[in-house]
Unconditional design. Structure first.
Length: 323
């Protein structure tokens, strides 16, 4: 880049010439860093902008550098070429493309290395948290057997998969582990409905991952996400957990979870197809219901729970009046 016309001004290269070339390198390097970062990580809008930016940098390289090196820099005393050598466009382009390739390669390598290092440390930290939470469950038995089954399966799946897109699943699993740990310890009290919905969605996603997309079909969850209500801890997951015990699982026999606003409260209905081959009786509803009924009694909450079944389906209903 010192002389794209094939001859140095002098054997001695002035410091200001060195500084000018370094600035040119740095400018193009920084611009490509930004574009490659957008291409590597971001939504479609960022990626499109990054692609357009990269294309523009290359498309304008020769005219912009011609203006800089042949016209603007000599005007301020930064002449990188010898006036006695005739300008040759082919030679100019040939000598310019080599440093440009170096700059682009360095920018791409920097972004890739930075992202891989970032991913490594984020994953290491998340797995450390996950191992700690998993150890809590090894030391303490989870009484609700379907929750235990779903969690143990998903813990193994997440730990075995090392792709970058597993980060969200790891975060969701950590949150859900902490949540179930709190519920299983017998914690009581009301919490924001939005908080309960977040954990319910995590749990449903894990069920779908294990048994197939569409195993649980929901309705009304978005309405609940916009409400400012409060409900007892663990109450939203209780119907689903009980339905899972007796259900035929898979997209062919979907569990339907419906949530709707009724006056100032909520009605939650969970329906599943009973797997009579593995369930002798649906009379006992298990520890989850016991924990919920205890909360309702101790906190004196205006909540009614009803369980029934017919020859084909199991129904679990919760009516939550305004707390």
């Amino acid at each position: 880049m010192w002389n794209v016309n094939a001859k140095y001004v002098d054997d001695y290269i002035p410091h200001r010439h060195i500084a000018a070339v370094v600035i040119l390198y740095a400018a193009y390097y920084s611009a490509h860093l930004l574009c490659f970062d957008m291409l590597w990580k971001g939504g479609w809008a960022r990626r499109i902008i990054g692609a357009i930016g990269t294309a523009m940098l290359y498309g304008t390289l020769f005219p912009v550098m011609y203006k800089l090196i042949q016209e603007w820099m000599p005007a301020v005393g930064l002449q990188l070429f010898d006036d006695t050598v005739p300008y040759n466009e082919a030679d100019f382009r040939k000598r310019l493309i080599s440093p440009y390739i170096i700059v682009v390669s360095m920018a791409a390598f920097t972004v890739a290395t930075a992202r891989l290092i970032q991913h490594h440390f984020e994953k290491k930290q998340l797995l450390k948290q996950l191992d700690g939470l998993q150890q809590q469950f090894i030391d303490r038995e989870i009484k609700t057997h379907f929750i235990s089954n779903i969690l143990s399966t998903n813990i193994g799946a997440v730990l075995l998969q090392t792709k970058p897109d597993q980060k969200k699943k790891i975060i969701a699993l950590i949150e859900l582990l902490a949540y179930f740990n709190k519920v299983d310890q017998g914690s009581m009290g009301v919490v924001p409905l939005k908080q309960e919905l977040r954990q319910l969605k995590h749990f449903i996603a894990m069920i779908d991952q294990q048994y197939g997309e569409g195993t649980v079909i929901c309705a009304g969850l978005e309405d609940g996400g916009m409400a400012e209500d409060e409900i007892p801890l663990g109450l939203l997951l209780l119907p689903l957990e009980n339905c899972l015990k007796y259900a035929q699982l898979g997209p062919k026999f979907p569990i339907r979870y419906n949530m709707r606003r009724v006056d100032d409260g909520w009605n939650i209905l969970c329906i599943s197809y009973i797997n009579w081959g593995s369930v002798e009786s649906v009379v006992s509803t298990g520890r989850g219901l016991e924990m919920a009924e205890k909360q309702i009694t101790v906190l004196r909450l205006p909540i009614q729970i009803a369980v029934r079944q017919d020859e084909e389906k199991f129904f679990f209903t919760i009516n939550i009046n305004k707390l």
